[in-house]
Structures are given as C-alpha cells and as structure tokens.
Design a protein around this ligand. Structure first.
Ligand SMILES: [Fe+2]
Ligand SMILES: [Fe+2]
Length: 499
C-alpha cells in the first residue's frame, strides 16, 4: 500500500509536462499546478491514515518541496477560488486531464465551505500543513461555513496559514445568478431536467412535438455533460429507483445508461445527443398501451401480450407524426422499433434473417434490460440487484447482447454497481456508494457500512474502501463474500446514497 501511495504525489507532478520554453514563470506555474495535486494527495491519505502515518509524512514532504520552490519565486502562496477556477497569486491555473480530479475536489470543497482564499506563508511547517488539512476536511464534514471556517483555522494557532471566507454567501451568489454548485448537484439538476423533459415530450400532443423535442435535446445534452463531469454521481442517481411514474423515470434512466455506454465508446458529443434522444423515446409507444395491461399482475393473455409487443411499432408511428422529422427523430424510430430484438434476432418484433441491428438499438437493448431488471414493478416477483443484473448481461453477451457494448457497460458500472449491498470477509455489511479512492480497479468500491462485524448499525457514518491493501503483502484486505438484496433486507438505497 505504502509503495503505491509513495508513487502518487510524484506521479501527479510527472504528468505535467514542462513547456517548450522553460521560462521561470512557466516553471512557477508548473509548481503551482503540482501544488493543487499534492494538496489533494495529502487530503486523500489523511482520510485513510492517522497524521503520523508514513504515507502522510511522505505526501506532506512532497508538498513542502513544492511550496519551498514557490516561496523562493513569489514569497507567499495565495490559492484563490472563483467559480470553477483556481488562481495562485494572480495566475489562473489550467485544468486538464492530469489534474482534473484534484482541481474538481478542491473547487467543490471550497464551494461547500464558502471559502475564497487560502494563504500559506513562507516558514510553514509540515506539522502546520497536516493539522490544517485535517481541520479543513473535518470542518467540511461538519458543515461549517464561511467566516466560521476562517475563525476555526485562526484559533488553531497555525501561524503561517490563513483562510478568507467568501464575501458572498451561497444564497447571495444564487441571487446574483452565480451559483456554486457541486458536480453532484449539477448532475442531479440535469437528471431531473431530463426527467421533466421526458415527461413533457412523452405526453405533449404531437402538434407541439417540435418544442418538446427541442427541450428534450437540451436536457439530454445537459445530462451528457453532467455525466462527462461526474460519471459516478449521475450513474448513482439513475440507480436510485423512483417507483412512481415508471415509464418516465425508466426513460431517463435508459437514456443515462445508454450515454454511459456511448461515452465509453468515445462517441462524439453530437452523436451522444442523438443517442440520448433515441434512448429517451425508446418506449414512447407505451403511452398507447393501456396502463391496466402494462401493470397487470399475473399472466398476460394473448391479446394483452400482443398489445405490449405492439409498443415498438406504435413508437415508430408516434415518432413519425412529429412535425419535422429530423435525423434525431428518424434514428429514434429505428431504436423504438429494434430495442427488444436480441443479437440472434430473437425477441420482438419479428425481423427477416440477416437483419443487422443499429448500434444505438444494441446500446439501448442493454440499458433497457438493466433498468427493467433492477426496478420493482407490480408484476415482477424478483427485483435483481445491480450486481446480479450485470452478471446476467455478461452471461448473455453474444446471443442476446452485443459483447463489446456489454463490456463497456460493465466497465462503466463496475462489477458491484452503486447501490449493491455487500457482505465482506471481515463481517461488515455495506452498500456501494462510489468507486474506490485507493485502487484504480473498477471492481473495487467504496462502501458505506450498514452493519459492523457484530451486526450492529454504526453510531456514525462509516466507510470502507475495498481498494485498501495490506502494506506488507500488498494484498487487498477486504473481499466480498456475498451480495445481498436491498429488497430482502427492507432497505431503500436512497437513504444511504443521498445523505
Ligand atoms: Fe420497450
Ligand atoms: Fe424500455
């Protein structure tokens, strides 16, 4: 473990390439960018280890070295947050793929804490930095804000570090139209905007179809952008099932899962928009199927079954009535028609041998099956856990689902998707809330503990990172011995994921 952590701060620096002309200013900027990565690295290890742990010492040493460089060049260091940007002294720092995670986490945290500026003076000690970053995180966890954060830091006796609170509170910023939203909040908004548009688009009489299509396109693009920014949060939202208004929620979820596959394939933004629209409208034909048939408990008779199968063709018909048939609508018609056809052409509607299925139809087939399997419905006895649903998709890849796309989807969701309840070899039971912060392995997750090894509910929030390894052997400490069903345990995953 320590070997892995040792490499981290240095890795962060190494990914920043020196500019061609090695001007002093460029070198300072490089150090400033490394500074943000290293602060985030210290915060990360402090969340796992005690301040006196070797991994913390090592990360703080790297941070000190960078600070010394900056002190030599510019005396003191000022880190300033403004909207989605970070400035050191008067330079705006460029955000790219090598520092994106560190920037995002610092900006989000400063927004929650309502902090405008952190100043670090020459002469700061490693102990001061460690104490400051521990305090900063703990104040964030307690929900302390603005001038209270500055006061707490000042009262801690940190002679070389100071905080300046934002002059405007979140409310004031919102009133001014400048919102400091966390990526999860942004993701949530995009999700609900997509939900509202789906509802409108699905219910609006066809004569007004153009307006609702335009709205739906905007919402889908926002959902795609939010997904690019914070895949985990958006996928988490889609995993949280809302049992009301099934078709609408289902349409938005299928849209988000389809976009996740599309992004893994590297589709261009405009194609993602088209895919999102097609996914949103895939079940539009269900509006014409009586709800009594859609929600019927028990066996469907031949006529009822045929009515359900007809939603594919009815979808095409409904889309064809949209006043101006853009390429988006034409592509949506193909998906509405094909989304229940398997790779071996079983499923429905019947199509001639040799028919090739559209890429978007194959994507939506996977997203649709996953969402249907994991959602509670009146007529369905068993709700599959996200983990079981992924296993089913992988097992049926080939005859039913496109193997490459299934792999892309499993990669986006992980073997234990968000919302899965796991029992560990150490006895704890927990729910997957996000990816591991310690391991890049997509199958390692962060869980929130529901019951400790004695079966007791923890008194306060407790997390276990399944990516944590034994420092001596390098082997993972935690193994999953069982997956449990939220339904059987009587749990609502939302209680654990949204708090
Ligand atoms: Fe369908
Ligand atoms: Fe569907």
């Amino acid at each position: 473990m320590e070997t892995e952590l040792k490499a981290r701060p240095a890795d962060g620096v190494a990914t920043i390439e020196a500019p061609a002309e090695q001007s002093e200013h460029a070198a300072d900027l490089q150090s400033a960018r490394a500074l943000i990565i290293q602060i985030a690295a210290v915060q990360r290890v402090l969340r796992i280890y005690k301040p006196n742990n070797a991994a913390v010492t090592l990360a703080v040493t790297s941070l000190m070295e960078t600070l010394e460089d900056l002190f030599q060049a510019m005396g003191g260091v000022e880190i300033r947050f403004w909207r989605d940007c970070i400035f050191t002294n008067s330079d705006r720092l460029r955000c790219d793929i090598s520092n994106f995670a560190a920037y995002k986490s610092m900006i989000t945290q400063s927004g929650r804490l309502e902090i405008e500026k952190i100043t670090i003076e020459s002469g700061v000690t490693p102990d001061e930095l460690t104490r400051f970053l521990s305090l900063y995180d703990s104040l964030d966890a307690k929900g302390v804000k603005g001038s209270d954060v500055a006061d707490r830091v000042a009262s801690e006796g940190l002679a070389h570090i100071a905080i300046v609170a934002s002059t405007q509170s979140t409310q004031e910023l919102q009133d001014l139209g400048i919102e400091h939203l966390t990526s999860q909040e942004r993701a949530k908004r995009a999700f609900y905007a997509a939900l509202a548009s789906a509802k409108e688009a699905l219910l609006t009489p066809t004569s007004q179809g153009v307006a609702s299509l335009r709205k739906a396109k905007r919402a889908v693009q926002a959902a795609a952008d939010a997904l690019l920014e914070d895949e985990t949060s958006v996928l988490a939202l889609a995993t949280l099932k809302d049992h009301d208004e099934y078709t609408f929620t289902h349409s938005v979820n299928v849209c988000i899962f389809s976009l996740a596959i599309g992004q893994r394939l590297g589709l261009h933004r405009s194609w993602l928009g088209r895919l999102g629209i097609a996914a949103l409208f895939h079940d539009i034909g269900k509006v014409a199927v009586p709800t009594g048939v859609l929600n019927k408990i028990g066996v469907l008779d031949v006529g009822e079954w045929e009515a359900i199968r007809q939603h594919t063709v009815r979808g095409v018909r409904k889309l064809s009535k949209m006043p101006n048939a853009t390429e988006h609508v034409l592509h949506s018609m193909i998906v509405a028609f094909q989304h229940h056809i398997n790779m071996d052409l079983s499923g429905y509607p019947n199509v001639p041998d040799g028919t090739s299925l559209d890429l978007f139809s194959r994507i939506v087939r996977i997203a649709d099956t996953f969402d249907a399997m994991t959602t509670e419905r009146p007529y369905r006895n068993k709700v599959y856990s996200p983990h079981e649903a992924i296993r089913y998709l992988v097992a049926q890849a080939g005859p039913k689902f496109d193997p490459v796309l299934t792999k892309a989807f499993a990669g986006a969701m992980g073997i234990y998707p968000i919302g899965t309840v796991l029992r560990l070899n150490t006895g704890e039971v927990g729910i997957v809330v996000r990816r591991s912060e310690l391991s890049g392995d997509p199958d390692r997750a962060m869980i929130r503990v529901i019951a400790d090894s004695h079966g007791q509910q923890p008194a306060k929030e407790q997390f276990i990172d399944l990516g944590e390894a034994n420092p001596d052997t390098g082997e993972f400490i935690y193994q999953v011995v069982d997956t449990l069903s939220c339904q059987d345990l009587g749990l609502d995953p939302r209680d654990y994921l949204m708090s």
